[in-house]
Design a protein around this ligand. Structure first.
Ligand SMILES: [Fe+2]
Length: 197
């Protein structure tokens, strides 16, 4: 399959899901996970420009945003050793590892102490998909699990994630600070040039 077709098919299928599932987050996460699993099964479609690591920090390339900002698709590119701060999302999200491996650490705020409490961590191998949302657990930290190579994950969120007001957390005090992630890229892939295929 031509490389643009995989991303275009995914976006068309995800748009169909969002139109029919409405605000049914359980259905979006279940069916969306299947769509994302199928997309990351083939590591042959992400254009090179959206797979470039940087020594400065992990990269977040916007691949697509729904016209009504009901969902967005982002490639995260991690150089060895790179990690996110502890952060929340405030909307549903899914992380699918397409190349390499990642480490996911989950936290929750202890209402009694207002401190962050580590509640688990796991290794996400190539092909693995992790889910987050305020309903099922929304605070985590994600890292490249590989010490000597780049990892790439494809993320889908229930909003225009780069423009969304959310939070990063101080691991020790639990204090949260406003955070808007933005995007690394100024352009998005052109998936609509059918004739080129
Ligand atoms: Fe996250």
């Amino acid at each position: 399959m031509e490389s643009n077709a995989r991303l275009r098919d995914f976006i068309q299928s995800f748009s169909h899901l969002i139109e029919h599932a409405g605000n049914d987050e359980v259905r979006i996460l279940a069916d969306g996970k299947n769509l994302l699993s199928a997309l990351i099964r083939h590591d042959d479609w992400l254009p090179e420009a959206f797979a470039q690591p940087s020594v400065d920090r992990y990269q977040q390339y916007l691949l697509y945003c729904d016209p009504r900002e009901r969902f967005s698709v982002v490639s995260f590119v991690w150089a060895p050793g790179q990690t996110t701060p502890v952060h929340d999302h405030t909307v549903w999200g899914m992380v699918g590892v397409m190349r390499g491996a990642e480490r996911c650490e989950e936290f929750e705020l202890d209402p009694a102490t207002a401190r962050l409490r580590a509640i688990g961590s796991h290794h996400l191998p190539t092909g693995g998909v992790d889910l987050v949302s305020p309903r099922i657990g929304d605070i985590h930290k994600v890292s490249n699990a590989l010490k000597d190579s780049v990892s790439i994950s494809i993320h889908v969120y229930g909003a225009n994630i780069g423009a969304l007001k959310r939070h990063v957390y101080d691991l020790h005090t639990g204090q949260k600070k406003p955070f808007i992630s933005g995007y690394t890229s100024k352009v998005i892939p052109n998936i609509w040039d059918h004739d080129a295929e």
